[in-house]
Write a protein that binds this ligand. Structure first.
Ligand code: FES
Length: 118
């Protein structure tokens, strides 16, 4: 189903906003160097809100464990916390595992941003 979120000009370049769609899905929508992106705001690792993170190039860096996901492909591309402290007791293989971002199709039409939520 397609949902109108806001006016495209309401989100500045290199920033984002979060919209709750259908009272259940939190979608993080923004622009990175002029390119529109949209994905589920819940980190695929342990569910932290990705909107509290920051950009590293075309990646969003989760604020909780610093996993980095490409905002256009959705792919998990870097896991810095995974590499630095072997003594961190939580860092066993099961704990480290993570899926990719859940991307949503977003587009601009007549000045508005729309997102498609299946
Ligand atoms: S919850 Fe996001 S990296 Fe762990």
């Amino acid at each position: 189903m397609i949902h109108r979120l806001c006016n495209a000009q309401d989100i500045a370049d290199n920033s984002w906003n979060v919209f709750t769609v259908n009272n259940s899905v939190d979608v993080m929508v923004g622009f990175r160097n002029g390119k529109l992106f949209a994905f589920d705001n819940s980190c695929p690792h342990k569910g932290a809100p990705l909107s509290k993170g920051e950009f590293n190039g075309d990646r969003i860096v989760c604020h909780r464990h610093f996993y980095e996901f490409n905002i256009f492909s959705g792919k998990l591309e870097n896991m810095p916390s995974w590499k630095k402290e072997d003594t961190w007791v939580e860092q066993n293989p099961a704990w480290r595992s993570s899926g990719d971002l859940k991307l949503y199709h977003a587009f601009i039409k007549e000045g508005s941003i729309y997102v498609e939520i299946p």
